[in-house]
Design a protein around this ligand. Structure first.
Ligand code: C5P
Length: 226
């Protein structure tokens, strides 16, 4: 079978990354979490005083060259961890504090240009499943399979809230829902590469689907293109 790239896009907490990870594992492809990279830039900004009193420094882009982002496979987890300047930040980038600012950071054109370039380099050799917001539209417009994932708001809130609680975070459902709605609004209304379904993307509403069922659908679509 030929090698393909798969783009998975959609709103926050729709289970995109789970689908992308499962597809990659089933096909023996590499999974790339593009959102982790935007979170990494945001974490750097928070740690280096580039976000103060809720405001993002205007010259944030001047620091991009100082941010070395790398995915390193973690045997224990069976997945890749994001490393920022040599430090494993996989846990930290999932904090709500990072989620609060990440969409504003991701609206900065220079940030997008910098990360899209790195993402395109990773996709160059094919056999990549990448998830994000602009993968089918901007990062991999030639991907052989594009999936746009949605789920009902209440389902998404419960999923993300459950995930944070399992990780021992002390957050309320209201906080989680407010963050999801705010990120979706910023992500889909920003000027530079807003979140939208690519014309040739297949729509997958997984509100009522189990992980196994959504993987089956994705795999069938992948097989059609192989
Ligand atoms: O996927 P995740 O929720 O971790 O992404 C965090 C944020 O990063 C998104 O809400 C969005 O603002 C930004 N993002 C983006 N483009 C991508 C991936 C993520 O703008 N390709």
């Amino acid at each position: 079978p030929k090698s393909i790239n798969i783009a998975v896009d959609g709103y926050s907490s729709t289970g995109k990354s789970t689908l992308a990870k499962d597809l990659a594992a089933a096909l023996g492809y590499r999974y790339v979490d593009s959102g982790a990279m935007y979170r990494g830039v945001t974490l750097y900004a928070l740690k280096n005083g580039l976000i103060k009193n809720g405001r993002i420094a205007e010259n944030l882009a001047d620091y991009l060259e100082d941010m070395h982002l790398e995915f390193i496979f973690n045997r224990e987890r069976g997945a890749s961890d994001l490393h920022l300047n040599g430090e494993d930040v996989e846990e930290e980038i999932r904090e709500l504090e990072v989620a609060k600012y990440v969409s504003d950071v991701a609206s900065i054109s220079e940030v997008r240009k910098f990360l899209v370039k790195a993402q395109q380099k990773m996709a160059g050799k094919k056999e990549v499943v990448m998830d994000g917001r602009d993968i089918g539209t901007v990062v991999m417009p030639d991907a052989e399979l594009k999936i746009f994932v949605t789920a009902r708001q209440a389902v998404r809130t419960s999923r993300r809230h459950g995930e944070l609680i399992r990780r021992g975070k002390d957050v309320t459902k209201q906080e989680v829902e407010a963050n999801l709605m705010q990120r979706d609004l910023i992500d889909s209304t920003r000027e530079d590469s807003p979140l939208m379904q690519a014309e040739d993307a297949r729509l997958l509403d997984n509100s009522e689907l189990s992980l196994k069922e959504q993987l089956e659908i994705g795999l069938n679509w992948a097989k059609e293109t192989l």
